[in-house]
Design a protein around this ligand. Structure first.
Ligand code: SF4
Ligand code: SF4
Ligand code: SF4
Length: 267
């Protein structure tokens, strides 16, 4: 990212939705009092879920939730990019194509006809793709959903004129720092923490369950080693593939890992 905010006085902000469940927008709404404070520092010109409506406005910061899934989405994201100084993609849908990316490669006429009673009403593209596949993105926030405090930190950084911090380390680093017992080591549960990007505060291990990778691949993720570990624990090829092919199935590191695991097959 190379364009921090230069004018911290009431920047104009928009929140746009593409193919998504709205959960990342809710994460912003759930900020409560912090959101009210934020609303006093920015001019929130478009945020349909919260009230303001002006999707064509010129803005300083556009937050974009959701993936590009229809021909109309392609036109709309180009329009938004042309009217936004900074564009921030928020959530797994926007940064990797999301859970709906599981259809990539299998979507076709026959599939649509089998599922929908009026297939002629379906105008989806064959692939669900991230925002960065279509326009320049200045910063990406991973997670399903993103964390509200993380979004707030990004806005605060931009208001201060600095580049937001991108933490691409692993969930394990947060987990260890917080002193949580490792579910992988102590209970043999197939935790994705060693290959998943930090940022959630090791939410799932914190309540005694496995990370399922909702923050997407971490930097230098050793997917081979984790897949081998899962195999030693007795997971089948299919079960290991499914660990990598869920919310961020189309993130290149997870896609490549799943392909490699499939090629290896069961012993
Ligand atoms: S990333 Fe998850 S929570 Fe956010 S919009 Fe997509 S499906 Fe919903
Ligand atoms: S519980 Fe998961 S995230 Fe925590 S240290 Fe173990 S493998 Fe890493
Ligand atoms: S621990 Fe993993 S699955 Fe749970 S919120 Fe964090 S990144 Fe997502």
């Amino acid at each position: 990212m190379n364009t921090p905010m230069e004018n911290p006085v009431k920047p104009r902000v928009a929140v746009h939705k593409f193919s998504s469940c709205d959960g990342c927008q809710l994460a912003l709404l759930n900020l409560g009092e912090d959101l009210l404070t934020l609303a006093g520092r920015v001019d929130l010109v478009h945020f349909a879920e919260a009230g303001p409506l002006d999707p064509d406005a010129d803005v300083d910061i556009a937050f974009v939730e959701g993936s590009v899934s229809t021909p109309e989405d392609i036109e709309r994201i180009r329009h938004i990019r042309a009217h936004s100084r900074l564009l921030i993609a928020i959530g797994a849908c926007a940064v990797s194509g999301g859970i709906q990316g599981l259809r990539n490669g299998v979507f076709g006429e026959e599939w649509v006809t089998r599922i929908y009673s009026h297939p002629q009403a379906i105008a989806s593209l064959e692939r669900s793709t991230p925002i960065a596949g279509h326009v320049k993105v200045d910063f990406e926030l991973w997670g399903c959903p993103v964390s509200g405090p993380q979004m707030l930190a990004v806005v605060n950084a931009l208001l201060l004129g600095v580049t937001p911090r991108d933490n691409a380390d692993k969930v394990c680093t947060e987990c260890k720092r917080l002193g949580y017992p490792c579910v992988l080591v102590t209970r043999g549960i197939a935790c994705m923490g060693p290959v998943t990007r930090a940022g959630c505060g090791a939410l799932c291990p914190g309540i005694g369950r496995d990370c399922y990778g909702c923050y997407g691949p971490a930097e230098n993720a050793n997917t081979d080693a984790l897949a081998a570990r899962f195999r030693r624990q007795g997971l089948t090829t299919q079960a290991i593939v499914q660990r990598f092919q869920s919310i961020n199935s189309q993130a290149p590191a997870f896609l490549a890992a799943a392909e490699k695991i499939r090629m290896g097959g069961d012993d």
